[in-house]
Every structure is written in C-alpha cells, then in structure tokens.
Design a protein around this ligand. Structure first.
Ligand SMILES: NC(=O)c1ccc[n+]([C@@H]2O[C@H](COP(=O)([O-])OP(=O)(O)OC[C@H]3O[C@@H](n4cnc5c(N)ncnc54)[C@H](O)[C@@H]3O)[C@@H](O)[C@H]2O)c1
Length: 341
C-alpha cells in the first residue's frame, strides 16, 4: 500500500505516518513545516520518521511544500501513485481562527480544494481527512452524533472544517471519489501540540506559573489518546467509503449518502472534567497547579462527548487508553524531550 500522509510533521500526522511505516506501508509525507508553533518539534518528528523508515525498510519520502500551492500538489501526485490519501494538514486551533482567519482559508479551503482535485484526477481509491468535534458548535444534545445536523459552528475554524465535509460530498457525488471525514475530539499524547492545554499546563506547572482554566474549569472534554486516534484513522483509511443503499433523500442522514461519502466521530466516548484532567497531570508531575479560574472564552464549546458507535461498527474502533495512562505517557515524553533539547 502506498499512502500519502499530509501534515506528516504535525502531531497526529507524525503518529499516523509512523504507524504505517511500522506495518510496512510505503509512505509519502508532505508538510510545509510552518511556524504556527515551534517548528523544531516538527523537525524532531520528521527525524523520527526517517529513523522509523530505516528500521523497517519501508519506502519513505518526505516533501517540504505548501499544499495551498497547486503546483506542489500536482507535482506530488505526478511523481507518485497513491492507493490511499490521509489528509491531516490544516491550520488547526480554535482561538487563532479569531485572529487570523486567512490562514484557515489558505490551509483548510484552498489546500483542501487542491487535494480534492488531485485525488479526483488520479482516481485515488480513498481519501480520509481530518474534521473536528468543533463542528458540533452550538449543539448541546449529548453525546454528539454524526447522524444529527451540525450546522451552527461557533468559530471560523469549525466553519472551514464543516465546509471540508460538504466539499468532499460534492466530489464523492460528482466524481465517485470515496471520502471519509473523521471528527477528532481533543487529541493528546506524546509529541502533542505546544498550543494545546496539556502542553501549556505542563510547562506552567513545572515553571511554578499559574494555569488558566476557562469556563471556571467547568469544561468537559472527550480527551482522546493519540495512539487510539492513529489506530482509528488507519482502520478507517483501510476501509474505503461506499454509498449507503438505504440513504433516503426525504429524510437525509447527515453522516452518510448515496454517494461514497461518510462522516465519523473519532473520540474516547468518555468525557472527563477539565479539573480531573488537571488532577491527572498534577499526579503525573508530582506537583500542584496554581489555578486561575476565568470565564468562558468567545468561540469555546463548553462540553464535548463523542458517540463513537458508528466507527466501532464500521471498522472495530475501540479506544483503550485512560486519561491517567495517557497523561502519564505525555509527561514522560515531555520530560525526556526537554531534557534532550
Ligand atoms: N489535535 C487535535 O486535538 C485535533 C482536534 C480536531 C481536529 N484536528 C485536526 O487534525 C489534523 C491534525 O492536527 P494536529 O493536531 O496534528 O495539528 P498540527 O498543527 O500539529 O499538524 C498539522 C500539520 O499541517 C501542516 N500544514 C498546515 N498547513 C499546511 C499547508 N498549507 N501545506 C502543507 N502543510 C501544512 C503544519 O505544518 C502541521 O505540521 C488537523 O486537520 C486538525 O485540524 C486536530
């Protein structure tokens, strides 16, 4: 299997690419290694992918390029014939989308369009791409189900990801391109993103500085460990989307279609209070946090909770990592990474 992984220098892309290499797939990674957060952590992930490919002798090639540049995407697809495409590159982050919406247009709309066109033109057998739990936006009907509409995003980031799902539908419908959108729920673990809570909290607790708990710490999140996510992404990618023969246009199911298009939640199906997440971190670090309680921020979703039964039924996805285990592994990695740096 020859697989293109976009965003391979990123948090989830790195874990997915590594797992594919370890099972012997040929992997092409692409990333522009941008400086949304410290690019050194991206370079370090890329060095580990090099190492993983040498250990397994699996074919591996990395392209440094911007997917918003159509010529970069076209050259990549001209040089390689892919069996599967896993598109994880994007401008991530909820809060930054309030400051710099154009970064989201470039990486989530223009780059995404280039990817759809390239997959269509080279008749890729399956495109799997990252969406987000943020698309549920103003929905409060828990657990969040793909089978209910998600059309009230609370920030531009979510709006671009919801747009990706709809753009995919048009390509699946018009050109028969099999596509699967995965709505990730707060992913955490080793090699995590420096702009996300776990990383920021760890840094501040170790420095004896306060951590900010928005919504007075009352958030709940369906925190999902990155290895569980990587396993689910690969299982979904291995099983190309097909049309749903029972899809009824008079009562349209928002998660499926008569076209080869589908949407899945990929979460932990076990929401945890933010304060319990912090407690797990304090236990792993052996230090207490200084907590600053703050109100809900604009664009923040108070609670997330994934119904993951559809992905479980389709591909046997079953997350197994508890927050205590996962946070412990993150802390081990964090200490080792900064001891080396
Ligand atoms: N981490 C989470 O909790 C989470 C939650 C929901 C959705 N997601 C989605 O999952 C995917 C991966 O997220 P992540 O946490 O690994 O983020 P990340 O920022 O670590 O990885 C994204 C990678 O894409 C690259 N990239 C961005 N724009 C690009 C472009 N135009 N051309 C080439 N490369 C580009 C970046 O350099 C980065 O390495 C994203 O689509 C994100 O929106 C993540």
């Amino acid at each position: 299997m020859k697989v293109l992984v976009t965003g391979a220098a990123g948090f989830i892309g790195y874990h997915v690419a590594k797992r594919l290499l370890e099972r012997g797939d040929e992997v092409v990674g692409i990333d522009n290694v941008n400086d949304y957060y410290d690019p050194e952590i991206k370079e370090a992930r890329l060095r580990l992918l090099d190492e993983a490919s040498r250990k397994t002798n699996a074919g591996y090639h990395f392209i440094r390029g911007n997917l918003a540049d159509k010529s970069v995407v076209d050259a990549c697809f001209a040089d390689h014939a892919f069996d599967r495409v896993i598109h994880l590159a994007a401008q991530a982050g909820v809060r930054y989308s309030l400051e710099n919406p154009h970064a989201y247009v470039e990486s989530n709309i223009i780059a995404y369009t280039n990817m759809l066109e390239a997959c269509r033109n080279s008749a890729v057998a399956h495109l799997t791409y990252a969406s987000t739990s943020s698309v549920y936006g103003a929905n409060t009907d828990m657990p969040f189900s793909e089978h209910r509409p998600a059309d009230h995003p609370l920030q531009f980031y979510a709006a671009t990801k919801r747009a990706n799902e709809l753009m995919a539908h048009s390509y699946s419908q018009l050109f028969g391109l099999p596509t699967t959108g995965l709505r990730f729920f707060t992913v955490y673990g080793p090699w995590g993103r420096p702009d996300m809570a776990l990383f920021l909290f760890t840094k501040n607790i170790l420095a004896g500085e306060p951590i900010k708990l928005f919504n007075n710490g009352n958030h709940t999140r369906d925190f999902t460990y990155v290895d569980d996510i990587a396993e689910g992404v690969i299982r979904a990618s291995d099983s190309p989307a097909t049309g749903n023969a029972a899809w009824d246009s008079s009562r349209p199911d928002p998660a499926t279609s008569s076209a080869p298009w589908r949407i899945f939640n990929i979460g932990n199906n076990n929401p945890v209070k933010l304060t319990a997440y912090v407690e797990a971190l304090e236990n792993a670090l052996g230090r207490k946090a200084i907590v600053e309680l703050l109100p809900l921020q604009p664009g923040d979703v108070p609670d997330t909770f994934a119904d993951t039964s559809a992905l479980e039924q389709a591909v046997g996805y079953r997350p197994t990592t508890t927050v205590t285990e996962g946070v412990g592994r993150f802390v081990e990695w964090y200490k080792a990474y900064f001891a080396r740096a």
